[in-house]
Design a protein around this ligand. Structure first.
Ligand SMILES: NC(=O)c1ccc[n+]([C@@H]2O[C@H](COP(=O)([O-])OP(=O)(O)OC[C@H]3O[C@@H](n4cnc5c(N)ncnc54)[C@H](O)[C@@H]3O)[C@@H](O)[C@H]2O)c1
Ligand SMILES: O=C(O)C(=O)C[C@@H](O)[C@H](O)[C@H](O)COP(=O)(O)O
Ligand SMILES: [Zn+2]
Length: 355
């Protein structure tokens, strides 16, 4: 058992990165708690077991909130089922919700905690690369609706985030790489050392390798810095949405059969095409998007829908104002800006370049 790194998210909480550290979840639960709800999808007994044991050893009454796997967990019906469970178990404001799983589970658990009694303590134990570097950190929680991705939610910060690198041993390579899309995103928008590490150690993008821990730590540090400055996305935080305007629309269009990270990878290439065609970035930076994402085996092309089928969903993106689409784009490496109201011709040209 060893702690590898600890990234503070301002003064609010720490993200702990370690190996064999799952039992540390008990230290994150305040002594005032009597009951804990573990939200998980039942696909991870090897992680949930030690978490449950550690919480019971602290004398807590542990309740399992088992939810459907992956994106199917992020619905208001699943959340309502958990609120019912919290009610039947008489959870009070000092009791705790612990999310154990990928980003879908931590998004759901966070939203359930944010709304129950208008807010009860939350602890995140992310088990995918994506949840460690992004979903479990920063306080965005929520569920999808029939109309789109993450349309209902709340900003709600956890008491702590516990990332155990050892749990990634069982993560399928495609899910591992999907998480690395958000790490590569962090490289393009803010920390080019991430791109250099990825290019020097491509194997570390597909499984735990020599650069994996540093990649994860750097991405967490970047996100912690941004959300500390702008928790509620008044401005700066929008940069974390790089690639997501198209990415979310594609996810919804595929009925969530495409992984979030894969859709974001395509969305980043689209954003880079927009920027390149507008003279904001050069050929080399555009090409680096495709090459860096390809190192992780992530998709950089898409022909599964016509642009018209995606525009309505893009119009419901949270960065949209009125009927004006707003994209995060780069005007250089690690120099994010906003592209407001691109012409239909530009959108089509950038989209056609994905085919
Ligand atoms: N709140 C945020 O700031 C934020 C940020 C990024 C993404 N997200 C959300 O995160 C979600 C995607 O998260 P994800 O990529 O983790 O997907 P996920 O939660 O669907 O997990 C992917 C798959 O991996 C399995 N799994 C998880 N951990 C495992 C492990 N250690 N070993 C074996 N299998 C394991 C899960 O059962 C699931 O089938 C999306 O809904 C996205 O919108 C939220
Ligand atoms: O934390 C953020 O802010 C992000 O935008 C991170 C994204 O990777 C993440 O997918 C987020 O859930 C997107 O949020 P949304 O506001 O576009 O729903
Ligand atoms: Zn994302």
């Amino acid at each position: 058992m060893s702690e590898l790194a600890r990234v503070p998210v301002g003064t609010a909480y720490d993200v702990v990165l370690g190996r064999g550290v799952l039992a540390g979840v008990a230290d994150l639960v305040p002594d005032s708690a009597r009951r804990v709800l573990i939200v998980h999808s039942d696909t991870l007994p090897q992680v949930v077991g030690p978490v449950r044991d550690a919480l019971r050893a602290k004398g807590l009454h542990v309740v399992d909130g088992v939810v459907p796997d992956a994106e199917a967990a992020k619905t208001i019906d699943v959340a309502a089922g958990l609120w019912g469970l919290l009610g039947r178990e008489s959870f009070t404001r000092t009791d705790v919700v612990v999310g154990v799983g990928g980003g879908t589970v931590t998004d759901l658990a966070g939203f359930v905690a944010a709304a129950w009694l208008r807010g009860v303590p939350l602890v995140n134990v992310p088990t995918t690369v994506l949840a460690m570097v992004d979903a479990a950190v920063g306080g965005k929680t929520g569920v999808n609706t029939a109309e789109g991705k993450n349309l209902v939610g709340a900003f709600y910060e956890p008491l702590g985030v516990l990332c155990d690198i050892d749990v990634l041993a069982t993560l399928p390579e495609a899910d591992f790489a999907a998480g690395m899309a958000e790490v590569i995103k962090a490289g393009f928008i803010a920390d080019p050392v991430i791109l250099e590490l990825a290019e020097a150690h491509p194997g570390s993008l597909r499984r735990v390798g020599p650069a994996t821990v540093e990649l994860i730590e750097r991405a967490i540090a970047m996100k912690a810095s941004v959300v500390t400055q702008d928790l509620r996305e008044a401005g700066l935080r929008e940069i974390l949405n790089y690639g997501h305007t198209l990415g979310h629309a594609i996810e919804q269009h595929t009925a969530y059969t495409m992984r979030h990270g894969e859709a974001v990878a395509i969305g980043m290439v689209f954003a880079a095409e927009l920027a390149h065609r507008s003279g904001l970035i050069d050929d080399a930076l555009l090409a680096r998007h495709r090459s860096a994402l390809a190192l992780a085996g992530l998709p950089t092309a898409y022909d599964g829908a016509g642009l018209d089928e995606l525009l309505a969903a893009m119009g419901r993106d949270k960065k949209t104002r009125g009927s004006t689409l707003r994209f995060v784009v780069l005007e250089g490496l690690a120099r994010p800006t906003r592209f407001v109201g691109p012409s239909e011709g530009l959108l089509r040209a950038a989209y056609d370049a994905l085919a």
